[in-house]
Design a protein around this ligand. Structure first.
Ligand code: KG4
Ligand code: ZN
Length: 342
């Protein structure tokens, strides 16, 4: 088959990203984060995000093309995240892609952001369908059986918050820096995970569903208990609270992964594989636990490199490529969708 070179554009949350992917080679992947813009507000502000995307997208695309050493004339298509996400940001990306498509005549391909994450192990490891995916980030937490580029079976997920959001909230409560995941993980290294018994919500229910909002309340209470007793938190208190919190999240993710793997393995896949994506996949405790689980159940464990696990445009370019190979494309009527379940 002919080689395909696709430009990808992503702007659905707080990262402005563009990438060039040729078949399974990432020629360039540029990500401009917005963390500092939102730092003072304790969360992503949609209006600020949309304006920053609109300002930066053109440069981001130019940088990606330059880094890849290609021009628009070398491309076969333009893939763009069309949802789900913050509508202003998604619109910025879709407008940018439409402009490029109209100017060049290149095919325009709308991509579901979640499909981008879910197909990443095919880009990085040429993983064959079907495989089980745990997508776990600041905004998402779900188990998917990935059977084709547009065939996903969701077999469970969070019924409230995502774990990354809980890590970020915990860091804020403990006075640790954002993003919370890495700073809580670092503090947890010297902590005692048994000092604060925190709940493992839904752990004993048979489904693959999870809940993390109660955990945020529990860590708040545990912190307030220490503060009212001693008037503040020592570094050891921070470490123990972090370790206790991380252990609770990890226990839930591992136990629910065991159930999800049970459902997936019952399909009798020829080469069973469990892949992970999303920012929380960076967590060593989570990764090690899942790796051990997969070893126990004779299942391949696939963890793409972190820069392709977190939000990026290479995954969008790749997912667009799979759509193109399947003979699918969009036109200038492509619309931005704030909600778009797989
Ligand atoms: O996938 P991502 O970059 O963006 C979306 O949420 O879409 O994920 C970011 C999330 C943040 O909540 C961050 O705190 C969390 O992933 N995260 C981690 C770690 N590194 C990033 N959570 C736990 N442990 C980590 N090492
Ligand atoms: Zn994402």
């Amino acid at each position: 088959t002919r080689s395909l070179t696709i430009l990808g554009i992503e702007s659905s949350c707080d990262d402005t990203a563009a990438a060039v992917v040729r078949d399974c080679d990432v020629l360039a992947s540029v990500v401009y984060g917005q963390t500092s813009l939102h730092a003072a507000f304790g969360g992503v502000v949609p209006e600020i995000a949309a304006r920053a995307h609109a300002e930066k997208l053109d440069h981001c695309v130019e940088d990606a093309l330059a880094e890849a050493g290609v021009t628009l004339a070398d491309l076969d298509g333009i893939a763009v995240t069309a949802g789900p996400g913050l509508i202003g940001g998604v619109l910025s990306g879709v407008m940018c892609a439409k402009g490029l498509s109209a100017a060049t005549g290149l095919p325009l391909i709308g991509v579901n952001h979640l499909a981008g994450h879910a197909l990443t192990p095919r880009l990085t490891d040429q993983l064959a369908y079907p495989y089980l995916m745990l997508l776990v980030s600041g905004g998402h937490c779900q188990f998917l059986i990935v059977e084709g580029h547009d065939t996903f079976q969701r077999i469970g997920g969070t019924i409230d918050d995502a774990p990354g959001e809980a890590f970020d909230k915990t860091a804020r409560l403990l006075g640790l820096p954002q993003p919370g995941g890495p700073s809580v993980e670092k503090a947890a290294k010297t902590g005692d995970a048994r000092r604060f018994p925190l709940p493992r919500p839904l752990l004993n229910q048979p489904s693959c569903d999870m809940s993390f909002s109660g955990l945020k309340t529990a860590i708040l209470r545990a912190r307030d208990g220490v503060v009212s007793e001693k008037g503040g938190l020592t570094a050891q208190d921070q470490a123990d609270l972090s370790a206790s919190f991380q252990a609770a999240i990890t226990d839930v993710l591992i136990e629910k992964s065991r159930r999800a793997l049970g459902i997936y393995l019952a399909m009798k896949p020829e080469m069973p594989a469990f892949a992970i994506a999303g920012g929380v996949a960076a967590n060593t405790a989570v990764r090690d636990g899942l790796m051990a689980l997969c070893a126990e159940l004779d299942t391949d464990f696939v963890a793409p490199p972190l820069r392709l696990c977190t939000d990026n445009a290479a995954m969008i370019a790749y997912a667009g490529m799979e759509r193109m190979i399947a003979g699918e494309q969009d036109d200038l009527t492509l619309s931005a969708r704030p909600r778009w379940p797989l």
